[in-house]
Design a protein around this ligand. Structure first.
Ligand code: CTP
Length: 405
């Protein structure tokens, strides 16, 4: 299997399976990869850093700061084409799933923009515990790739699931992943704009009007477009998540006006614009330069309409450009979404109904129906936002392909 010129971080946590890491590293190097090693302090009890640094011909990182000074976890995270956590103990999985950052492995994990693979290794009961299974589900929801555990005799003497996958299987999985990535570059050379997240409309220096959008749908779309070769500009309102991918340029904005300006500026060169942002429809008419003080009695804030980015882009759209919008509806869903599709001149619209459990804001899942100008309706099941992003991008790729042929 070929891993030529791939840069891999091999991250080792403290399990008896760490002995397999030396074989794994040799296989990775033999397949053409460059490997850098990170170990948790507990992993050094199972295999020595000297063994791994000698085999990898690179120093082993274990702590964020060491005798030689501060180890740059961000640099390491950006250097890699993939991070492989093998073995991944229950403790390390929990740290990854919950954003802990008390060692170098976790710091690099949080900073890494590359795909992350994890090969769990633990005893049967730890493996089947709901806490472990929840953490694994969470990691998969973040887009990390599970390397399935093996079944057999465990170090404890128990027999069952929990063995770390064999080094050959891990290398094969990486090679297959990259092969698939390379063959799935159907959007190479295309430029995509994604608007995402909420907007914050200032009332005064400390207060704003906002909404509960997390930006997860927009991030998943940006990542899927970039994964398939598109050059992505993600214009995002204030969110706590970040898109990962080397082809994604993120422009952070706050207000609807800033989002409008950033989107209009880059739109002429775009092949596609997906408006996933929850843009405020109204903004305070005046913004107080100083903090508004409370007074006796009620108060009201006068609001004015913001610019409708989707509508404006729909007007500017030239032949060959595709615009896609979202509609979040509570009633008469198809009819309302159809009206928005026409009014904003979208090529297709993604409808999510607030009546569907697990759809819309603040969920990791979404249930969407795609409706196009020709009246085609494609209803999808409840899926993860990553999977929904794939469906939307597939729809775009299909339209683009048929318009080009
Ligand atoms: N949109 C936009 N700029 C705005 C408002 C909305 O680009 N100022 C985009 C959204 O990103 C989304 C679509 O338009 O793609 C949603 O349309 P909209 O009419 O705002 O939907 P709702 O907010 O659900 O509208 P309404 O409250 O009228 O149902």
């Amino acid at each position: 299997m070929e891993l030529k010129n791939k840069k891999v971080i091999l991250a080792v946590s403290g399990s008896i399976a760490a002995y397999k890491t030396a074989f794994l590293m040799r296989l990775l190097i033999k397949a053409g990869a460059e490997v850098k090693i990170i170990m948790t302090p507990a992993a050094t009890d199972f295999i020595t850093p000297l063994t791994l640094s000698t085999l990898s011909k690179n120093p082993v990182h274990s702590n964020v700061s060491s005798g030689e000074g501060w180890n740059n976890h961000v640099e390491l995270g950006l250097w890699a084409d993939a991070m492989v956590v093998a073995p991944a103990t229950a403790n390390t999985l929990a740290g990854m799933a919950n954003g802990l950052c008390n060692n170098m492995l976790l710091a690099v994990y949080l900073s890494a923009r590359c795909p992350v693979f994890f090969a769990p290794a633990m005893d049967l009961d730890m493996w089947t515990h709901p806490a472990t299974q929840n953490n694994i589900n969470k990691l998969q929801e973040y887009g990390n790739h599970l390397i399935p555990v093996g079944h057999g005799e465990l170090a404890s003497g128990l027999v069952g699931a929990g063995r770390m996958a064999e080094p050959e299987d891990i290398v094969n999985m990486l090679a297959e992943y990259w092969l698939k990535e390379e063959t799935e570059q159907d959007l190479a050379g295309k430029k995509a704009l994604v608007t995402s997240g909420p907007t914050h409309e200032a009332i005064d220096p400390v207060r704003f009007i906002g909404n509960r959008s997390t930006g997860r749908m927009g991030v998943s779309l940006a990542e899927e477009l970039a994964r398939r070769g598109a050059e992505v500009t993600l214009v995002t309102g204030p969110v706590s998540i970040q898109a990962k991918g080397k082809n994604i340029k993120t422009i952070s904005v706050k207000s609807a006006q800033e989002m409008y300006e950033a989107s209009i500026a880059c739109f002429p060169e775009m092949d596609i614009a997906i408006m996933a942002a929850a843009v405020a429809d109204y903004t305070p008419k005046t913004v107080s330069a100083t903090k508004v003080k409370k007074k006796a009695g009620d108060m009201s804030i006068e609001l004015k309409r913001t610019k409708d980015i989707a509508y404006e882009l729909g007007q500017l759209k030239k032949t060959g450009q595709i615009t896609v919008g979202f509609a979040l509806e509570t009633n008469n869903e198809l009819e309302n979404a159809g009206k928005k599709l026409k009014k904003k001149n979208f090529d297709f619209i993604v409808l999510n109904s607030l009546n569907d459990k697990g759809a819309g804001f603040q969920h990791n899942t979404n249930k969407v129906t795609l409706i196009d100008q020709a009246g085609n309706i494609e209803a999808h099941e409840l899926k993860s936002k990553q999977q929904v992003a794939k469906d939307i991008v597939n729809y775009f790729a299909k339209i683009k392909k048929s318009s080009e042929s």
